[in-house]
Design a protein around this ligand. Structure first.
Ligand SMILES: NC(=O)C1=CN([C@@H]2O[C@H](COP(=O)(O)OP(=O)(O)OC[C@H]3O[C@@H](n4cnc5c(N)ncnc54)[C@H](O)[C@@H]3O)[C@@H](O)[C@H]2O)C=CC1
Ligand SMILES: O=C(O)[C@H]1O[C@H](OP(=O)(O)OP(=O)(O)OC[C@H]2O[C@@H](n3ccc(=O)[nH]c3=O)[C@H](O)[C@@H]2O)[C@H](O)[C@@H](O)[C@@H]1O
Length: 455
């Protein structure tokens, strides 16, 4: 292995892998990205990100042009040319149950192992059930050709979509799960720049590294469900969950982040990761984590249902026109995997409303999974004639909207702010009825079909 300037492969070039590959090229390494999805590889090879991630297109363009970054569908190319292989393949929830589907990961490991022609370090980055790294090391030991050594390390990733490039180049911390000094040395070399900038490094064993990632997502999900549980109490007691979160957040032991109440968490990671963690814990005979995480999952489902139910309550009869603002699972992303916004839009549509969805970036992806909804190209078209507005993904342009302008477009000025991001006082002053999550209603009572006790 070339330890001065190792060559790198990144296997699986989705949200994580494409970002990681481009950032390693930015750090000065020669990188080959591998994926079995031909279309994705063609776009990446042309220097174009197959999804929206700020700053990624620029890195891809520059480094594919310089030749430092290449893409291929042939894992053999990676096996023959790289010293370090990062595994970034998808680990989705399996179709049958709550556990992670590791078929893609095992296929990649076996494919890589069989084609190896040189010693290497195989570094897992995908989020996996604890114990996977050890099983992978054993499998590689069985399948790599004689006299070739393939060491295994685990280097979990904590990047957030929409901040992927920034989070990769300037991470909060680095975790190196290793079982040999040489693996640690190689990882230190790869991350020399962030380490020199003072990023803390946690060197640990393989199992702790794998579990740390699942635990981090489990904890973030727990914070969101906790605050959503407080939102439900706040609504019933006449309290304000935003003020409550600010009070909690001033305690440095708690912290303000991930205490934004609303329609709950979604995306390709938090939901499937808490289920996979619960399933793995149960398989290991640890019973506390499944109980806790199931409650988190249920509270998250309830956060969505509460807003969907309120929307139906406020709809003025069958065929009501509903404007849905947002389809992505969070702003600055075109990802609609397990999106709470899209889920609510579909429920309202199924109940008979005429739903028009506007999202600045995610409409194409949303249409692929929810073709029954109508997608419009502008905020104005979504709002025109609407009898109810649902604010479900907190894109900055929605919070920045002039409520007087919006009031002139709609039929009824009634909005449910599922993300607590619009200035409810300003909207109420412009004639709107504003329903938020865990906050008192602002403005006149909407013409609800059901009597409003607060009205
Ligand atoms: N999306 C994110 O922000 C983050 C994701 N993760 C984890 O990273 C992993 C990947 O997640 P995403 O990038 O979001 O998924 P993704 O679905 O966007 O990408 C996964 C890619 O792996 C490819 N793939 C699957 N099996 C393969 C094989 N055998 N050979 C070659 N390519 C293969 C797929 O074609 C796909 O392009 C997951 O374990 C996820 O939990 C971790 C941190 C952040
Ligand atoms: O493993 C992963 O893939 C990643 O999962 C999450 O990142 P991401 O899914 O990109 O999005 P987040 O910013 O964490 O948001 C997740 C969901 O929680 C929701 N959320 C977040 C914060 C909050 O206070 N309230 C809330 O409802 C968001 O709207 C979103 O639907 C983690 O934050 C990353 O550290 C991790 O690497």
């Amino acid at each position: 292995m070339n330890l001065t300037t190792p060559t790198i492969s990144v296997i699986g070039t989705g949200y994580l892998g494409a970002t990681h590959a481009a950032c390693l090229a930015e750090l000065g390494f020669r990188v080959v990205g591998v994926d079995r999805d031909r279309d994705k590889i063609a776009r990446l090879a042309a220097g174009e990100a197959p999804f929206s991630e700020p700053g990624l297109d620029d890195l891809l363009r520059r480094h594919t042009a310089s030749g430092r970054l290449r893409f291929t569908t042939a894992i053999r190319v990676a096996a023959e040319h790289a010293d370090v292989h990062f595994l970034c393949v998808g680990t989705p929830q399996s179709a049958a149950g709550p556990e992670a589907d590791l078929a893609g990961l095992w296929a990649a490991v076996r494919d890589l192992g069989r084609h190896l022609t040189r010693d290497c370090l195989v570094v897992g980055k995908s989020t996996v059930p604890v114990g996977t790294a050890a099983a992978m090391a054993a499998e590689l030991g069985r399948i790599v050709p004689p006299r070739i050594s393939a060491n295994v390390a685990w280097n979990p990733e904590f990047l957030r979509e929409g901040h992927g490039v920034q989070d990769t180049l300037h991470p909060d911390r680095l975790v190196f799960g290793v079982d040999s000094p040489s693996a640690e040395l190689t990882l230190r070399l790869l991350y020399e720049r962030p380490i020199a900038a003072g990023v803390p490094v946690h060197v640990t064993d393989l199992a702790t590294a794998e579990l740390a990632k699942s635990a981090a997502n489990g904890f973030l999900a727990t914070k969101v469900s906790f605050v959503n549980a407080m939102a439900e109490i706040s609504e019933r007691a006449g309290a304000d969950v935003v003020a409550l979160a600010d009070i909690l957040g001033d305690d440095p032991r708690i912290g303000r982040s991930f205490l934004d109440a609303g329609i709950g968490f979604g995306g390709g990671c938090l939901p499937k990761d808490i289920r996979a963690l619960a399933a793995r814990a149960a398989a290991l005979g640890a019973s506390s984590a499944p109980a806790l995480l199931h409650a988190v999952d249920e509270a998250n489902a309830r956060a969505r249902s509460r807003v969907a139910d309120l929307a139906l309550e406020l709809c003025p009869g069958a065929g009501a026109r509903v404007a849905v603002l947002g389809a992505a699972f969070k702003p600055r992303s075109d990802d609609v995997r397990d999106s709470p916004a899209l889920d609510i839009a579909r429920r309202v549509h199924r109940a008979g409303a005429e739903v028009r969805v506007y999202d600045p970036e995610a409409s194409l992806n949303a249409r692929a999974v929810a073709p029954e909804l109508t997608y419009v190209a502008s905020l104005e078209t979504a709002l025109r004639g609407a009898e109810l507005v649902l604010h479900l993904t907190e894109w900055p342009e929605f919070a920045a909207m002039d409520p007087r302008w919006a009031a002139r477009l709609v039929r009824w000025p009634v909005i449910i702010d599922g993300r607590n991001r619009i200035d409810s006082g300003r909207w109420a002053a412009a004639g709107w009825t504003v329903h938020s999550v865990g906050r008192p209603r602002r403005g006149a009572p909407a013409r609800a079909l059901v009597a409003d006790p607060a009205g």
